[in-house]
Design a protein around this ligand. Structure first.
Ligand code: C2E
Ligand code: CA
Ligand code: CA
Ligand code: CA
Length: 277
């Protein structure tokens, strides 16, 4: 028993070692990727009930020379743990502001939503970085929305309120991403200068068939109504899901039904063409 116990430990250590090595390899490759411009910006539309384009979420992809397209679910956690999320987040914000500053954008009435990871938001100079990026690109802050998760509310409420208020004063909007999956306190919500709640796709996908998810969606919509916040439903894939949401009142739809994430350039060309520009 003792011997097998030891083998188990050795095997476990070996497996941990391999996993740690793979993670380390991914981390150093990601560091290179940010410098070598292997990251690609995708945009996904957010539409009103009539199909009108109202906004777009920026989603990053990694086009790895050997591995191909690496999904964010694989590298964002590595970036978050290693601190690479800070330069990665800067890269995404800069690309989005460059897009917003382009002349053709005046024909597209949309706000671009950028994901901000908790670690990035916690940086002492986060507000300066955003200000600097806006100034250096010439982007209009009223065309920018930052998506944060409920976690930032738990961090240090005074710091969070301070940073958000400074940026909101410039005209930037804030959204709480994956609302309902974390530990939000409604009292906190009231103290933050936010404009939008995003309902996670996990709730949307089963809402038409699962009364618990339906109740959750209704509760989120009620909170949003009380606080006068816009709502985005994420992961709307089917007509059934859209019909369920339509019966609930006005909100924005973001999902495969209204449009998949596409490379930003392609997406912009497409939108401009459909606007007759
Ligand atoms: P998220 O912010 O919740 O983004 C929504 C995710 O849902 C995206 O996955 C999007 O492609 C996917 N999605 C959209 N519509 C549908 C649908 O109808 N059905 C299904 N099944 N999925 C849909 P993606 O692009 O793989 O991103 C995963 C997560 O990675 C994001 O979740 C976000 O947390 C993170 N992420 C992506 N880009 C960035 C970024 O630039 N910065 C940071 N910090 N995180 C990012
Ligand atoms: Ca998001
Ligand atoms: Ca998310
Ligand atoms: Ca989500």
């Amino acid at each position: 028993a003792k011997a097998s116990g030891r083998n188990t430990v050795c095997f476990f250590e070996a497996a941990m070692g391999a996993q740690a090595q793979a993670r380390f390899a991914l981390e150093s490759e990601l560091r290179q990727a940010i410098e070598n411009d292997e990251l690609v910006l995708y945009l996904q539309p957010q539409c009103g009930i009539d199909g009108r384009l109202e906004g777009a979420e920026a989603l990053v992809r990694w086009r790895h020379p050997q591995r191909g397209l690496v999904p964010p679910g694989l590298f964002i956690p590595v970036a978050e743990d290693s601190g690479l999320i800070v330069p990665l987040g800067d890269w995404v914000l800069t690309r989005c502001c460059e897009l917003l500053a382009r002349q053709e954008m005046s024909h597209l009435p949309l706000r671009i939503a950028v994901n901000v990871s908790p670690r990035q938001f916690r940086q002492a100079d986060f507000v300066q970085r955003v200000r600097h990026t806006l100034a250096s690109t010439g982007a209009d802050p009223t065309r920018l929305l930052l998506e944060v998760t409920e976690g930032v509310m738990l961090d240090n409420l005074a710091d969070t309120v301070g940073k958000m208020s400074e940026l909101a004063a410039l005209g930037i909007h804030f959204s709480i991403d994956d609302f309902g999956t974390g530990y939000s306190s409604l009292a906190y919500l009231k103290r933050l200068p936010i404009h939008e709640l995003k309902i996670d796709k996990a709730f949307i996908q089963d809402a038409p068939s699962d009364p618990n998810d339906a109740a959750l969606v209704d509760a989120i919509l009620a909170v949003a109504r009380h606080l006068n916040l816009r709502v985005v439903a994420e992961g709307v894939e089917t007509e059934d899901q859209a019909a369920f949401l339509r019966s609930r009142g006005p909100l924005l739809y973001q999902g495969y039904l209204t449009g998949r994430p596409e490379p930003a350039e392609q997406q912009l060309d497409h939108w401009l063409a459909s606007q007759g520009q």
